[in-house]
Design a protein around this ligand. Structure first.
Ligand code: GDP
Ligand code: MN
Length: 376
């Protein structure tokens, strides 16, 4: 409903987190990021950066409403009062700020219960005290031998954002916060590990195309079972309130606004795996290294290197100090075969799904990408 209203009134209602990031000099920028469900929005919004003296604060982890103000700044709010998130996998190790947030005033659904009145789920990373039993989400005493998870894979917590230890001081500001970068991303494992760790779109129009072309693994939160790579443009597939072609035209029209300071658009992939199925990138707090590069790019720095799909960090422009062995070559590898197939697939998808409503700018982006890839 909000996306439809936004279209009529000239703003954007999006499936995005908002975070503020402050560099060691005390300069702060806000980024909004759209990832499909279970592709790391909450983790990014609530991260503890590993980059020394950098600070991340959270405005929201799921929904963003943005509009350009008179000065041309893209001003954002999070319309939600709390976080509503998947519990399994949430632990002190993976998301310490979420764990701190859910210590009180929190509603849990379809999680497992401990016999002493606590909550429990897969990946909570907490040993049960001796004598404590688990009641599964189905209300029965849980026996690991049954081979079923104790908590439903889409079990959730619903918790007040005000309890989050890193909530941004301006998270409820009526003035909103200015967005200087938009991040798209998804979860691409082995079949798509030619999607690099990070790249920057060449222009606003190209960035809108990148959002339209988003693909990801389907998850427990949508209707598919198992691992299927699916299209999820702008992470909005389950939430579009109107025609997708008109939605693209609406995004493109932002560039026509007088004095609009268009944010840079990036794409990330935290989830590449090596041949043994291990993550190539440490992720979580280490993603602050990628945020640092984006921060520098917004300031016109950061050593961009042009590739057929967008700008990637020049060798040395991404701070990898202290990370141990990182296969940078693999993290930014892109094969011609993969991208040839990918662009065909995207073109087919857009032609079939959007058809005559596909804006000419997006058609041109498809053809331009094809052209650039053919010269790889
Ligand atoms: P959301 O549904 O988009 O909010 O996604 P979450 O933030 O809840 O994360 C979904 C899953 O991705 C969880 O199992 C996280 O532990 C995992 N995850 C989050 N960030 C990273 C990362 O940087 N790297 C890896 N490998 N996994 C991550
Ligand atoms: Mn979330």
């Amino acid at each position: 409903m909000a996306s439809r209203l936004a279209k009529e009134e000239g703003w954007l209602a999006e499936h995005m987190l908002i975070l503020g990031i402050t560099n060691p000099k005390g300069q702060k920028k806000y980024f909004a990021a759209a990832f499909p469900s279970t592709c790391a929005k909450t983790n990014l919004a609530l991260m503890n950066p590993t980059q020394p003296r950098w600070k991340v604060e959270s405005v929201g982890d799921d929904i963003t409403w943005v509009k350009f103000d008179q000065q041309g700044n893209l001003q954002a709010i999070n319309p939600e009062n709390g976080f509503f998130d998947v519990a399994p996998g949430t632990s002190v190790r993976t998301n310490p700020n979420a764990i701190k947030t859910i210590q009180k005033n929190t509603i849990f659904t379809t999680v497992a219960e401990t016999s002493d009145g606590g909550v429990y789920w897969e990946g909570i990373d907490k040993l049960l005290a001796s004598g404590i039993k688990l009641i599964s989400w189905k209300g029965k005493e849980w026996d690991p031998k049954d081979g079923e998870p104790c908590a439903h894979p889409n079990s959730r917590f619903c918790t007040p954002a005000s309890q989050c230890p890193i909530i941004d001081p301006d998270w409820e500001s009526p003035e909103r916060v200015p967005i200087e970068g938009i991040i798209f991303g998804g979860s691409f494992l082995s079949p798509a590990k030619d999607v690099p760790l990070v790249y920057e779109a060449l222009s606003w129009q190209h960035g809108v195309f990148v959002g339209a072309a988003m693909r990801s693994e389907a998850t427990a939160a949508v209707e598919y079972k198992g691992k299927i790579i699916t299209h999820d443009p702008f992470a909005m597939r389950p939430f579009f309130g109107y025609n997708f072609g008109q939605y693209l035209a609406h995004w493109l029209s932002m560039a026509q606004r007088p004095a609009a300071k268009l944010p840079k658009i990036f794409h990330v992939n935290w989830f590449q795996e090596d041949k043994a199925g291990r993550f190539l990138w440490a992720g979580f707090g280490e993603n602050s290294r990628v945020l640092e590069w984006m921060f520098n790019r917004v300031d016109g720095e950061g050593g961009p290197q042009l590739t057929p799909i967008g700008y990637i960090p020049h060798e040395g422009a991404l701070d990898l100090r202290g990370l141990g062995v990182v296969d940078v070559k693999e993290l930014f590898h892109m094969s011609k075969e993969f991208w040839e197939e990918e662009v065909e697939e995207i073109q087919k998808y857009l032609e079939e799904q959007v058809n005559a409503d596909l804006p000419p700018e997006i058609k041109n982006e498809v053809l331009a990408l094809k052209q650039r890839i053919s010269q790889m």
